[in-house]
Structures are given as structure tokens and as C-alpha cells.
Design a protein around this ligand. Structure first.
Ligand code: PLP
Length: 392
């Protein structure tokens, strides 16, 4: 692992310079690579060196820089960059599972992850058990010697449930099950997956890494054995590799990742503290607030609560829509982690199709609002929220 601090690694980690000695990381927009001789081609196919490439679906120098730098930040030996966060989630799961396997997962999952587990994997004979991720006893009961893999979001979207990862990893490993954590919400800066022993961490780089709403991307991080073993084998043959242009854009975005995420998290805390107790709200959810049900676990796992806040507006959907329409700085969208602050009403958008009983189970009500805090000045965001709440 790096001798540098995270912020230095974000600027310099994994750099590969060509013979031209360029300062800025080069973009190798190439599908293929040429060989000096037929013998050299044969040798490269036989035994591919760390700094050798044969086809962009298998690997590319720009993509490899991004893989090396981001995985190092998250605390893993290696990474495989994918076309999107969902390509990373699907790749990690399908590369490791086979018919007859049992998966235990937390119930409060991103909609597409739930689809992959319940619809796709189920069709291939994988049995999935969903549990309340905040209940350690539920994990203890569900994980058995038949469990092949455990999947969870460290911090869930949009209800900000926090899983006691140390406990889940201990139980899973006692039963020889692999642990895969989706750290889209946790952010690569505050992720505790590597430190607490998760085998793989999947990251939607669409979120904080890009951070400016431009391009989709994802990465699977883990040990060299897993990444250059079953993960690479599956990804390179099934076609989910990230393209070099995206890798270059997101590699450059890493320069500022630590600065951006810390500034956004600092504003999120200020906003959560200001909103808590507001007369128009029934409650505010943010891991760093002492009122958060898993506050102690969250603060043991990360130094900050992340960039997303959820709260419940009194008066349900009608009051929420009034609030959304009255906001001037917060834009109505369904993405998060952008430098522009975003407001979402999950019940009518991202989670519209989730049956009511499942919404109830994970705490998405008609009055639930999700805020993604951007890079604007916190005072301006607070002023915007205050004037909009006054209009309800
Ligand atoms: C956004 C998100 C994904 C999917 O990422 P994409 O890059 O949009 O494919 C997966 N998991 C979680 C928790 C997310 O928030």
C-alpha cells in the first residue's frame, strides 16, 4: 500500500508515463496493441506482464491507471473498472456465484441491485434471503454454512441505514462466505470496507468520483487474487470494461475527490443540524446526527456521515411537492453526489415501483425527501431550504 496520504495518492497514485514523459496522464484511445514480432505476440498471449496489454476489453493503460489509483484509495490491492456501477455489481456477483448458491443481503438496497438479486440471479438458481441490515441478530440467523456470499450497502440509499460491517464480516467469514459491499453512498473517501475486511467493494464511480454529472462508471475493488482471477476473467469475456475516455475523465476527477467529498460532507452536516427539529419536519436522517439509530456504529466506521441527507416532511406527498417546487438552488433530479445540490422524492421517482409494504419496511414514506449536498456554500443551501420550507 502507498506511503502517501490519501490526498497525495489521489494526485499521483498508479501513474504510468509513456516514453514522451507527459505531465498529465495520457489517454490511450486505442482498442488494440501491436507486437514487434510474431514471437512477441505469442509471448504476450502466453504470459501477460503487468505493464502489457492485448485488447481494451481486457485492459488499457489509461483504464489501468484509474484502477490502480482508485483501488489504492479505497484500500484494496487492485480494481477492475466497469461501464457503470451496475456493471460492477452484476459482474462481482455473477463472477463469484453459481446455481445452488445462497446469498444473504440487506433489504434496503438500491432498486437495480434488488432486481439483479431477485430477478436475474434467481433465474439462474441462486437463492436470495433479504434481512434487515441494521439487525445483527437477523444476519446471525440468516448466514449459515450454505451461504456463499453476503451483499449489502454500507450506508443505504435513500434511507441512510448503516450496517455494522465488522459484525457482518465476522459472521460471514466464520461460515466461509464472501462479503461484497456496495459503497456508492459511503464514498471512496469514507469507505471502511477494506479496513473491516470485506472481500470486495463495488463503487459506482458515476457518483462521487465523477462528481459532476457527466459519465457513468463503476469499479470492483479487492485482492489481486480475486480481481485478476475470477473478476477479470468474467468481466473481460462478457464485455463490461470501462472505455479509456471515461477512465481518463474520472482519473482526472480523482485529483479533487478528497476536497470535494469532505466539503460536501461538511455542508451536509451543517444542513442536517439546521433542519433537525424544524416544525415542518417529522425527522431528519443523517448518520452523524446523534439521533440517527445507528449513530455509534456509523461513527466507529467513518469519520463523517457522507453527502446525502434524508428527512420526512409533515403533510406527505403534497407538502413534499410544494417544497421541491419552491427550491431554487436544489435541482429536482434522481442522481446524487453531484457538485450541484439535488433534491429527490423517492416514493414517486426512484422507488415508485417498489410495493408499498416494502417501502414501509425500509422507511420510504410519502413524506420522505432525499437531499444530495453539492459544492455550493452551505449558507446559500440552508437559506434555500428555509425559504422553501416556509412555503409549505
Ligand atoms: C447509483 C448506484 C448504483 C448504480 O450505479 P450506476 O453507475 O448508476 O450504474 C449501485 N448502487 C448504489 C447504491 C447506487 O447508488
Amino acid at each position: 500500500m502507498s506511503k502517501w496520504n490519501k490526498r497525495t495518492t489521489l494526485v499521483h497514485g498508479g501513474t504510468r508515463r509513456s516514453q514522451y514523459g507527459e505531465v498529465s496522464e495520457a489517454i490511450f484511445l486505442t482498442q488494440g496493441f501491436v507486437y514487434d514480432s510474431a514471437e512477441a505476440a505469442e509471448a504476450r498471449f502466453k504470459d501477460l506482464g503487468d505493464d502489457e496489454f492485448i485488447y481494451a476489453r481486457y485492459g488499457n493503460p489509461t483504464v489501468r491507471m484509474f484502477e490502480n489509483r482508485l483501488s489504492e484509495i479505497v484500500g484494496y490491492e487492485d480494481g477492475f473498472a466497469c461501464t457503470s456501477g451496475m456493471a460492477a455489481v452484476t459482474g462481482a456477483l455473477t463472477a463469484l456465484l453459481k446455481a445452488g448458491d445462497q446469498v444473504v443481503a440487506s433489504r434496503a438496497l438500491f432498486g437495480s441491485c434488488l432486481y439483479v438479486l431477485e430477478d436475474v440471479l434467481a433465474r439462474f438458481g441462486v437463492q436470495v434471503t433479504l434481512v434487515d441490515g441494521t439487525d445483527n441478530a437477523a444476519w446471525d440467523a440468516a448466514i449459515t454454512d450454505d451461504t456463499a456470499l453476503v451483499f449489502l450497502e454500507g450506508i443505504s440509499n435513500p434511507t441512510l441505514e448503516v450496517v455494522d460491517l465488522e459484525h457482518v464480516v465476522k459472521v460471514a467469514h466464520a461460515h466461509d462466505a464472501l462479503v461484497v459491499v456496495d459503497d456508492a453512498m459511503a464514498t471512496p473517501i469514507f469507505s471502511c470496507s477494506a479496513r473491516l475486511g470485506a472481500d470486495l467493494c463495488v463503487i459506482s464511480t458515476t457518483k462521487h468520483v465523477d462528481g459532476q454529472g457527466r459519465m457513468l462508471g463503476g469499479m470492483i475493488c479487492g485482492s489481486k487474487d480475486l480481481i485478476r482471477g475470477p473478476i477479470e476473467a468474467y468481466m473481460k469475456h462478457t464485455g463490461g470494461a470501462m472505455n479509456p475516455f471515461t477512465a481518463w475523465m474520472q482519473l482526472k476527477a480523482l485529483d479533487t475527490l478528497d476536497l470535494r467529498v469532505r466539503a460536501q460532507a461538511e455542508s451536509a452536516l451543517k444542513i442536517a443540524e439546521t433542519l433537525e427539529g424544524h416544525s415542518k419536519l417529522a425527522g431528519v436522517r443523517y448518520p452523524q446526527l446523534p439521533s440517527h439509530p445507528q449513530h455509534a456504529v456509523a461513527m466507529r466506521q467513518a469519520e463523517a456521515g457522507g453527502t446525502v441527507i434524508a428527512f420526512d416532511v409533515k403533510g406527505g406527498k403534497e407538502a413534499c411537492f410544494k417544497l421541491l417546487n419552491a427550491l431554487e438552488l436544489f435541482t429536482i433530479s434522481n442522481n446524487f453526489a453531484d457538485s450541484k445540490s439535488i433534491v429527490t422524492h423517492p416514493a414517486t421517482t426512484t422507488h415508485q415501483r417498489l410495493p408499498q409494504d416494502q417501502k414501509d419496511l425500509i422507511g420510504i414514506g410519502d413524506g420522505t425527501v432525499r437531499l444530495s449536498v453539492g459544492l455550493e456554500h452551505a449558507d446559500d443551501l440552508i437559506a434555500d431550504l428555509t425559504q422553501a420550507l416556509d412555503q409549505i
